[in-house]
Every structure is written in structure tokens, then in C-alpha cells.
Write a protein that binds this ligand. Structure first.
Ligand SMILES: NC(=O)CC[C@H](N)C(=O)O
Length: 302
């Protein structure tokens, strides 16, 4: 597996230079582009990795999965009264659909949906940012995981679009807490810094019927795990979810920090990272690497 992963990275490395590092959040624009890493976490606890797999990066929208899992754990099925689980077919930060659909986001993996999930969690946790940090520390087994305060502050300073979504939902009666406080929580989740190894490990329970082997905890039921994976498969890569299903064929979730996590139920979880993005905001080399991995080992769920 180590050899296969190195081979795949060598094949996709020439793509670096063809994408663009996200700079609409200025602090993210400072990340050097020429980085590439991959880690696979097998259900028996074995880790395989290649390239910059130990380098922490900004998880960004990958945190939307952790937020959803926390919301399901603490608020259960009732969350679906506030948002849907349909693909949006729109960019992650789109506002148009939200107005047409009267403030009810399509799914938890676009920004509007993640903000509603953060609003739900804000009502449950005294210190949502700390609860999230501790949750991902447990899931990843890495007590060093921390929030990059420089990125969180940069996101807050450039929050206009996310704030517009949250206030629009408030106007429709679908937002219950102070918008600025929820935005702070949301940005601190996005600004968590984790490596490919951390993320592959943290997602392993989704490949294992909800059971996290290294912490010995049942995080979600088997049924809830299938549901989260189904939403990743249909909505995890925004308006490119169809292309990801076609090319990679796995439940996955991307972030504008350049990370993409995917799970192969019953086998392993994988995280790939390269900061340059394509037009849909997904890692260009990362998508190509996952496509090759899925093809070579026959991992597509379809
Ligand atoms: N797609 C992403 O990773 C977007 C997350 C980013 N923090 C934002 O709100 O814009």
C-alpha cells in the first residue's frame, strides 16, 4: 500500500500549478501550493501514508461532517426539521437557493446548512468551539489538534457572505442564537488544523458502522452511519458531487483548505491533501489521487 500511495502521488504531482489556492479567506492564501499528502487508515488500525501526510492544514468544510455528527448525537432526527438532505447543485456559498426555499438549506454540507447545524449545536453546548476541538481530538487520537486562530480571525473579518446567509435564515425564523456567536463557532471549526493521518483516523468510524476502534466508542449507530455516508456521497463535494461519484465512487467531503476525506465502508478511510483547488473549490490533485486509488484497488461503492 505504501508503494501504491507514493506511485499515485508521483502521477498526480504534475497537476500542481494548474489549480488555485483559496484566497477569499486571506490567511488561507498564505499556504504554500506545492504540497501533497495522502493517508489511508485501515480498520485494523494500520496507517499507510505518503508525501506530506503529517503536515497539519486547515480542515475547512471537512469540519461540517464533525458538526453534523455532533448534532445527530445530541439532537437526533429533530435536526431534519431545520434542513434537508438533498444535493444543492449550487456552489458551497450560494445564496440564491436559500431565498427561494425560504431559509431552509438543502443539506448540512453547504455553508447555509452547516450554519444551521452550528446554530443547533450552539443551543446544546456551553462552549461549542471547545466541545468540537475535544471531539476531534478523541476521534483522531491526537491531543495536539488545535484551532488556527489566525485563520479563524481572518474568516471572521471576511464573513460577509456567511453572515448574509445566517441573517437571511434568521429572517425566515430558521436561526435561534446570536448570529455573530454562531459564526464564531463555525469559523473555529473550519480553522481546525489536522493532517491527512489525523483526518483519516478521525473518519474511520464512518467506515466501521459508527464504531471508533481506537477510542472504543460507538459514535453513531449503524443506521446513522449509513445516513451520514449517503449525504457525503450526494452532497460532500458541493456542485461537483456528481463528478466525484463518477470519478471516485465513494462518500467523501472536501474543504477549501485542499483536503478531501473519503470512506470505503467496511475497509478503510482515506484523506488526501493538496492546497490548489479547481473551479468548484475542491482539491485538483486530491480528486485525481482519489480517482486513481479507487480505480487501482476497486474501491467504488457503485
Ligand atoms: N468549502 C469550504 O471549505 C468553505 C469553508 C469556509 N470556512 C467558508 O465558510 O467559506
Amino acid at each position: 500500500m505504501h508503494a501504491l500511495l507514493s506511485e499515485i502521488l508521483d502521477e498526480v504531482r504534475p497537476l500542481i500549478g494548474q489549480g488555485k489556492v483559496a484566497d477569499y479567506i486571506p490567511a488561507l492564501g498564505e499556504v504554500p501550493a506545492a504540497q501533497l499528502g495522502i493517508a489511508v487508515y485501515g480498520l485494523d488500525g494500520e496507517v499507510f501514508s505518503a508525501g506530506d501526510a503529517q503536515t497539519p492544514f486547515s480542515v475547512q468544510s471537512i469540519s461540517k461532517v464533525f458538526s453534523l455528527v455532533q448534532a445527530i448525537e445530541h439532537s437526533g432526527e429533530s435536526i431534519w426539521q431545520r434542513l434537508g438532505h438533498e444535493p444543492s447543485g449550487q456552489p458551497f456559498n450560494s445564496l440564491v437557493q436559500l431565498e427561494f426555499e425560504r431559509g431552509r438549506p438543502r443539506n448540512p454540507f453547504i455553508n447555509a446548512g452547516a450554519l444551521v447545524i452550528c446554530d443547533i449545536n450552539q443551543s446544546r453546548f456551553a462552549a461549542p468551539a471547545l466541545s468540537m476541538r475535544d471531539f476531534v481530538r478523541r476521534l483522531s487520537g491526537n491531543r495536539e489538534v488545535a484551532v488556527d486562530l489566525h485563520v479563524a480571525e481572518s474568516e471572521y473579518r471576511h464573513r460577509a457572505r456567511n453572515a448574509a446567509m445566517a441573517y437571511l435564515m434568521q429572517a425566515f425564523g430558521n436561526f435561534h442564537n446570536d448570529v455573530e456567536a454562531v459564526l464564531r463557532s463555525y469559523f473555529s471549526h473550519c480553522a481546525l488544523r489536522m493532517s491527512c493521518v489525523d483526518l483519516a483516523r478521525a473518519f474511520s468510524f464512518l467506515a466501521n458502522d459508527g464504531f471508533c476502534t481506537h477510542s472504543g466508542a460507538q459514535i453513531l449507530s449503524e443506521r446513522q452511519t449509513q445516513q451520514v455516508n449517503s449525504i457525503m456521497a450526494t452532497s460532500g463535494l458541493y456542485d461537483e458531487a456528481g463528478n466525484f461519484a463518477y470519478r471516485v465512487g465513494l462518500p467523501g467531503k472536501s474543504g477549501v483548505g485542499g483536503g478531501i476525506v473519503a470512506v470505503v465502508p467496511g475497509r478503510f478511510s482515506v484523506c488526501v491533501w493538496s492546497p490548489e483547488l479547481n473551479a468548484a473549490g475542491n482539491s485538483l490533485a486530491g480528486m485525481a489521487a482519489l480517482e486513481l486509488l479507487s480505480q487501482r484497488i476497486g474501491a467504488s461503492v457503485f
